[in-house]
Design a protein. Structure first.
Length: 57
């Protein structure tokens, strides 16, 4: 039987500061949810759509 040794301790690797990592994706998702919610609230209050704000309609 070939018994392979399993590591006892998992090394703690640093998260990359740039690129696609869990923290950046979570932060971007939260910012998108806040922006979308604010957009919907403003549309409801002003009774005008995004295209009207941008001058496209």
């Amino acid at each position: 039987m070939n018994a392979q040794l399993q590591p006892i301790v998992t090394p703690k690797l640093q998260q990359p500061k740039f690129g696609f990592n869990e923290y950046a994706e979570r932060l971007n998702g939260r910012a998108a949810m806040i922006g979308f919610s604010i957009m919907v609230i403003i549309e409801y209050v002003t009774n005008q759509g995004v295209f009207t704000w941008l001058g496209l309609k």
